[in-house]
Design a protein around this ligand. Structure first.
Ligand code: SME
Length: 155
């Protein structure tokens, strides 16, 4: 089970020890992936605003052809375009869904944002309707911690 407060503490420790966002983003993906068997693919996309494009920073799970996703496309790009987290209980019901793995049934996207959108945590599940409001809240705590570091590096 995902314990966001433990992971947020670990991310703060990494910050205190001088690690940059690259280390934090990789640690977060690893910890989230191993926390719950419902999470079959976990990745972080970062937004390149000058290109209006999401770039896959790191992931664990089956390789994907969607390393770059234009803002406004797919579940991921739509989340950025609309500035909202997304919980898709049935990916088959979403016309703009971009498939990575045909076994995936549900998906959650939680934005990493401060004053601007930095990117997102994206999770796929082979379980239908896998994601709950509690998952979204837990992932938001983690995303907010990642945003602190990303914001610090923009200054
Ligand atoms: N399903 C996503 C694409 C990314 S994969 O899930 C890794 C989408 O529709 O944007």
């Amino acid at each position: 089970m995902l314990e966001p407060n433990v992971l947020v503490g670990e991310l703060q420790n990494l910050r205190d020890d001088g690690f940059l966002s690259d280390a934090l983003l990789r640690h977060a993906v690893k910890s989230i992936k191993s926390s719950d068997p419902r999470f079959d693919w976990v990745g972080v996309y970062l937004l390149k605003p000058e290109e209006n494009m999401l770039w896959l920073h790191n992931y664990i799970g089956r390789p994907t052809t969607h390393a770059k996703i234009p803002v406004g496309e797919g579940v991921c790009g739509t989340a950025v375009a609309e500035g909202e987290n997304v919980n898709v209980p049935d990916v088959g019901a979403v016309d703009h869904y971009l498939a990575c793995d045909p076994r995936v049934k549900s998906e959650m996207v939680v934005l990493i944002r401060g004053e601007e959108i930095f990117g997102q945590i994206d999770i796929d599940s082979r379980t239908a309707a896998a994601f709950t409001d509690d998952d979204e809240m837990a992932l938001q705590l983690i995303a907010d911690k990642l945003a602190e570091q990303l914001a610090a590096e923009r200054r």
